[in-house]
Design a protein. Structure first.
Length: 209
């Protein structure tokens, strides 16, 4: 039996919720992250995603490619891409419930296993810079996030249809005696948008209460 850690099997509560809202407590996890602004359809967003994966796989492949096994290392499936989404300060001044994609401010990230710390991250980052030079690598950060109490739900379908799912989640929160803290929210991408039809995309939506 394999000892490989697979988030789809061992962390279903956070990554494979049902298509109905639920209250969850999300503990602190470590991530590699990159920030950006504007529409996710722009090239920078794709470049950010590619850069993060180059670092994430650099860490995962340590034992095979560099014959290095960090203390506490265990085999694992690379975690899914996540994004925390907000709008810029100018858009907030005139916010009327609708959002233009060019007003987005986002931080895209990939969670890291427990054995990854800032030192290991720094070492791998330097290695990736040497093998695959990329100016965005200078902007990659290693951060810890503790989301705490949240409402989450699986959204199936187009990203543009997410507002209807958020309405369901907000109604659930209110019924349970909670209120959404802000319009900032997190998305966990379970599907590859390059390969899956928009109406079949699976995305975990989550906001703080």
């Amino acid at each position: 039996m394999s000892d490989k850690h697979e988030w789809r099997k061992q962390e279903k509560a956070l990554y494979l919720p049902k298509a109905k809202p639920e209250l969850v407590e999300v503990p602190a996890f470590n991530f590699i992250t990159l920030r950006g602004e504007g529409s996710p359809a722009e090239q920078r967003f794709s470049d950010i995603v590619g850069t993060l994966y180059s670092v994430a796989y650099g860490i995962k492949m340590l034992p095979k490619k560099m014959a290095v096994k960090p203390k506490g290392y265990y085999d694992y499936t690379v975690y899914p891409l996540e994004g925390v989404w907000d709008i810029n300060d100018e858009a907030k001044k005139t916010f009327d419930g609708t959002v233009k994609q060019e007003d987005f401010v986002y931080e895209v990230m990939i969670r890291q296993p427990d054995f990854v710390d800032e030192v290991l991250f720094g070492d791998i980052l330097e290695t990736v810079k040497q093998k695959k030079p990329n100016p965005l690598l200078d902007e990659v950060e290693f951060k810890s996030f503790e989301e705490g109490k949240c409402i989450q739900m699986l959204h199936v379908g187009k990203f543009e249809d997410e507002p209807a799912t958020f309405e369901i989640m907000e109604a659930f929160a209110e019924a349970e005696g909670y209120s959404r803290l802000s319009k900032v929210h997190r998305e966990v991408y379970l599907s590859d948008a390059r390969k899956v039809a928009p109406e079949k995309l699976k995305t975990v939506l989550r906001f703080n209460v």
